[in-house]
Design a protein around this ligand. Structure first.
Ligand code: ADP
Length: 164
């Protein structure tokens, strides 16, 4: 039986930093379930269905990656899909404190599930979905930072924002 991992996040929208991590995770694990969090209290810039479809398009070349969405406790979702590992990314020390808290809380909630941290390639260490959205909304170029489908979606998003 292979080892399955869950890579949870908002992916609002997916960036090349996320994809770099998925590539690294698919070398280590037999299946990587990229799980978009349905957060009723927080409306993303992109609706959940679009975040999922952008992820599906962007991960077409990664056969071990499957895209899904989930609500509720991450550890419950992980056991539901049979994953023993949670994958998260560490870009800089600033990610550490929050990630450390989450990892220890998840361990308390479910001792069998281990959180594994991966570091992206250096050129993605300053990259976040939030910064990409901000740059794109001001008309800056995000080529090379996001997959082509996301660059297109960001242009459409900007067009809509300008009209409203
Ligand atoms: P969340 O809202 O859960 O932080 P994100 O979609 O922003 O969701 O990120 C999901 C995971 O991917 C987090 O572990 C985050 O640290 C990681 N991540 C985000 N951007 C990058 C990047 N550029 N390189 C590596 N990891 C990243």
């Amino acid at each position: 039986m292979g080892v399955k991992a869950v890579y949870p996040g908002s992916f609002d929208p997916v960036t090349n930093g996320h994809l770099d991590l998925m590539q690294r995770a698919s070398v280590l694990f037999d299946e990587v379930v990229v799980a978009v969090l349905k957060n009723p209290g927080k409306n993303g810039a992109f609706p959940l269905s679009q975040r999922v479809s952008l992820l599906q398009e962007a991960t077409r070349g990664l056969p071990r990656v499957r895209v899904d969405s989930f609500a509720g406790l991450l550890v419950d979702y992980a056991s539901q899909v049979g994953a023993r590992v949670i994958v998260r990314g560490l870009r800089a020390v600033s990610d550490f404190e929050y990630e450390f808290q989450m990892a220890l809380m998840n361990r308390r909630l479910s001792a069998e599930i281990e959180t594994v941290y991966l570091m992206p390639a250096e050129q993605y260490t300053y990259l976040s979905s939030g910064l990409v959205k901000e740059v794109a909304s001001l008309g800056g170029c995000v080529d090379g930072l996001v997959p082509a489908c996301v660059a297109r979606a960001l242009r459409e998003f900007r067009g809509k924002e300008e009209k409203s």
